[in-house]
Design a protein around this ligand. Structure first.
Ligand code: NAD
Length: 259
């Protein structure tokens, strides 16, 4: 087991990529705090981890709520005695061209990704600095490194998370904290399924064309990235034994955006 007895908290883990990471961490021996806006979803994931022989707890947490994040992190640290791994994964998408984008939708996407990542980082670093170290992971995207049309707030927020990850790597080093950002290509989750018809309408093409000509166009093999691909990388980055791997963005995308 690569994460035996490590204490991990993952935001947005009630479904999708966060759920896959939570379950994979559970199989690797970590104690997993499953945080989500949707407490019922988080509880289901925690129950599934425990049913498979792991240790988990569910947390109701809106990552844009300063108090909820601080209290959630403190609850995990008091229950299990610290926090070793924090994954800022919660995210939303909004499809609109810039000239029609409302300030409200801009702010909402920026806030969930970037404010949420900051609030988790601050609360987690306080625990990690007190115990001599830990690992911060950010769920970025290929959109942390390049842009696509119709996704301006998402692209801006994901680029911002790359900057935050690098800042944490610099400041955290002397406290034993490593920080890395995972940059997936498209993974079939509710977040992606919702935007296929939205993009088809906005671009005036079919849903099949959104998949083949927009989402997977620049991959080497026309394949979606899988939940398992992303969760395996999240395990690897959390388990990595030294600060040789910090401040890095790792792209997992079937070759879309080679760096
Ligand atoms: P998803 O919609 O399936 O799951 C997102 C989860 O986040 C949900 O459980 C939702 O309840 C939760 N959430 C939303 N707002 C929240 C908030 N304010 N506080 C707490 N939880 C909140 O999405 P997903 O595809 O699993 O995406 C997870 C992360 O991966 C996101 O950051 C997303 O940007 C990123 N990502 C996804 C893809 C993809 O293709 N699916 C690609 C690259 C990056």
């Amino acid at each position: 087991m690569r994460l035996k007895n490590r204490i991990a908290l993952i935001t947005g883990a009630g479904r999708g990529i966060g759920r896959a990471i939570a379950e994979h961490y559970g199989r690797e021996g970590a104690k997993v705090a499953v945080a989500d806006l949707d407490l019922a979803g988080a509880q289901q994931v925690a129950d599934a981890i425990e049913a498979a022989g792991g240790t988990a707890m569910a947390l109701a947490m809106d990552v844009t709520d300063e108090r909820a994040v601080d209290e959630g992190v403190n609850a995990v640290a008091s229950r299990w005695g610290g926090l070793d791994i924090a994954v800022a994964n919660a995210g939303i998408q909004h499809i609109d061209p810039l000239h029609k984008l409302s300030y409200g939708n801009w702010s909402k996407v920026m806030s969930v990704h970037l404010d949420g990542a900051f609030l988790l980082t601050r609360a987690a670093l306080n625990q990690m600095y007190a115990s001599g170290g830990g690992t911060m992971l950010y769920m970025g995207s290929v959109h942390s490194l390049e842009a696509s049309p119709l996704k301006a707030p998402y692209v801006a927020a994901k680029h911002g998370m790359l900057g935050l990850c690098r800042a944490v790597a610099k400041e955290g080093a002397e406290h034993g904290v490593r920080s890395n950002i995972i940059c997936p290509g498209f993974v079939r989750t509710p977040l992606v399924d919702k935007q296929i018809p939205e993009q088809a309408k906005e671009l005036g093409i079919s849903e099949e064309e959104v998949i083949s000509k927009v989402m997977l166009k620049n991959t080497v093999d026309g394949e979606f990235t899988t939940l398992e691909d992303v969760s395996e990388l999240a395990v690897h980055l959390a388990a990595f034994p030294s600060a040789a791997l910090t401040g890095q963005s790792i792209v997992v995308s079937h070759g879309w955006h080679m760096q």
